[in-house]
Write a protein that binds this ligand. Structure first.
Ligand SMILES: Cc1cc2nc3c(=O)[nH]c(=O)nc-3n(C[C@H](O)[C@H](O)[C@H](O)COP(=O)(O)OP(=O)(O)OC[C@H]3O[C@@H](n4cnc5c(N)ncnc54)[C@H](O)[C@@H]3O)c2cc1C
Length: 350
C-alpha cells in the first residue's frame, strides 16, 4: 500500500481543523488535513462571534479573514430571557472591540482554506482507521493510500469520527436539538439589533438577520420532547410560539427553506488527548449555541492544540497534550456552571 508520512494528520475541514492547519503551517510543522466529501446539506445560520473573541482572532492574526467573512458587525442583541422586559445587550462598552461579527461560515471556511498551501488538503470519498498500523487509510477518487502521522487530530465536530474509531466515548450533559429555517425578513420596531432571543415553555428560539431579505430562525428543545416533535414541521411553529411576546412576530406565512435539524447539546469527550492524538473544537467540547462559544472555542482549541503539538513533537513526553486536555476540561466545567444558571433563569412565561 502506498503511504505518506507527516508529523500531524488532521481530520475535518471545519473552523477548528482549518485554524489548526493554518497555525501548524505558520510553525512549519508538516501535516495533512483530511477532507471528506460530505453529502449533507447545510444551512447558513449567521453564527455570531462575540466581541471578547474578536480580541483573540486579532491576537492570532485572523481578524482580517474573519471580518472579510462577516455578514455584518453586530453591536449587540436583544433577549427576553428570565425577565418580562426586552433586554438590550449593547456591545458599546466592551473592550477593546465594541462589536461582534455575524459570520458567513461557508465563506469563512473558504477563506481559511485559501491561507493553506494547496497540497496540505487531502480530498477523499472516505477513510478508515487502521489500528494495527496506527494510520489512516484514505480512499480518494484516484487511489487508496495510508497516511501516517506522529499525532492524529479529530476535528470532525460533533461527528467525532476519529474518536469513535479510537473507541473513545463521550459524556452527554443534555439532549438539546436545534431546528433552523430561512424566513422572509420581517423587521420589528422594538428590535434594533440583528439578533433576538426569547425563551418559551419547553424551549427557546433565536432570530437573526441573514441579509436584506432573509432572517434565519432556530428553535431549540430537548430531543424527544413534545415541542421537539412539533419543531420539525414549520406549520407547527405558529402554535409553538403563540405564547411568546415577540418571537412569533418574526413568523411569516411562507418559508424559504426546509427545516434543518442539528444537534445542539452540551457534550464532552471522555478523553481529550492521548499520547499520539488529540481532539479539538466541537469534537472535544461542544456547547449550547446560546453561549455563542462554539466558533471561539474552535479557534481557541486550535491555537492551544498547535502549541501543544509543537511541544509534543519536540519531546519524548506527552505532558503538553495532558496539559492541553486539562485546560479544555476546566473550560467545559466552568461552562456547565454558567449554562445551569442561564437555564434555571428561564422562568418567565407570559
Ligand atoms: C443551530 C446552531 C447555531 C449555532 N450558532 C452559533 C453562534 O451563533 N456562534 C458560535 O460561536 N457558534 C455557534 N454554533 C456552534 C458552532 O457552529 C460550532 O461550535 C463550530 O462550528 C464548531 O466547529 P468545528 O470545526 O469544531 O466543527 P464543525 O464545524 O462541525 O466541523 C467539522 C468538520 O468535519 C467534517 N467531518 C465530519 N465527519 C467527518 C469525517 N468522517 N471525515 C472527515 N471529515 C468529517 C465536517 O464535514 C466538517 O467540515 C451553532 C451551532 C448550531 C448547531
Amino acid at each position: 500500500m502506498p503511504s505518506l508520512h507527516r508529523d500531524v494528520v488532521i481530520v475535518g475541514r471545519g473552523i477548528a481543523g482549518l485554524c489548526l492547519s493554518v497555525f501548524l503551517q505558520r510553525k512549519g510543522i508538516e501535516h495533512f488535513l483530511v477532507v471528506k466529501e460530505m453529502q449533507q446539506k447545510v444551512i447558513a445560520l449567521a453564527e455570531t462571534l462575540p466581541p471578547s473573541a474578536v480580541a483573540m482572532i486579532q491576537q492570532l492574526g485572523l481578524r482580517e479573514v474573519f471580518e472579510e467573512s462577516a455578514l455584518e458587525k453586530t453591536l449587540g442583541y436583544h433577549s427576553l430571557w428570565g425577565s418580562p422586559k426586552v433586554q438590550d445587550v449593547n456591545f458599546y462598552f466592551q473592550h477593546p472591540y465594541n462589536y461582534g461579527l455575524k459570520l458567513d461560515k461557508q465563506l469563512l471556511l473558504e477563506k481559511l482554506e485559501s491561507c493553506l498551501d494547496s497540497h496540505k488538503c487531502v480530498q477523499c470519498k472516505n477513510w478508515s482507521w487502521k489500528e494495527e498500523d496506527r494510520c489512516i487509510r484514505v480512499n480518494s477518487a484516484e487511489k487508496v493510500f495510508d497516511l501516517y502521522g506522529r499525532i492524529f487530530v479529530d476535528a470532525t465536530g460533533r461527528k467525532k469520527a476519529l474518536l469513535r474509531k479510537l473507541g473513545i466515548g463521550s459524556t452527554v450533559h443534555d439532549q438539546q436539538i436545534a431546528f433552523s429555517c430561512h424566513l422572509p425578513r420581517i423587521r420589528h420596531p422594538k428590535i434594533k439589533h440583528g439578533v433576538f432571543t426569547e425563551a418559551f415553555k419547553g424551549g427557546w428560539g433565536i432570530v437573526s438577520t441573514l441579509d436584506q431579505r432573509t432572517n434565519v430562525m432556530t428553535l431549540y428543545a430537548e430531543k424527544g420532547s413534545p415541542q421537539s416533535w412539533k419543531m420539525r414541521e414549520y406549520h407547527h411553529w405558529q402554535t409553538l410560539l403563540s405564547d411568546t411576546q415577540i418571537l412569533q412576530a418574526f413568523l411569516p406565512g411562507e418559508v424559504l427553506s426546509p427545516v434543518f435539524v442539528s444537534a445542539a447539546n452540551s457534550i464532552c469527550t471522555n478523553e481529550i488527548a492521548g499520547s499520539d492524538w488529540l481532539a479539538l473544537g466541537d469534537a472535544a467540547i461542544a456547547f449550547d449555541p446560546l453561549s455563542s462559544h462554539g466558533i471561539a472555542n474552535a479557534v481557541y482549541t486550535a491555537w492551544q492544540a498547535a502549541e501543544a503539538i509543537e511541544e509534543r513533537l519536540g519531546s519524548d513526553s506527552d505532558l503538553a497534550l495532558k496539559v492541553y486536555s486539562e485546560k479544555l476540561r476546566k473550560i467545559f466545567g466552568a461552562y456547565l456552571v454558567t449554562r445551569q444558571r442561564f437555564h434555571n433563569n428561564q422562568v418567565f412565561f407570559p
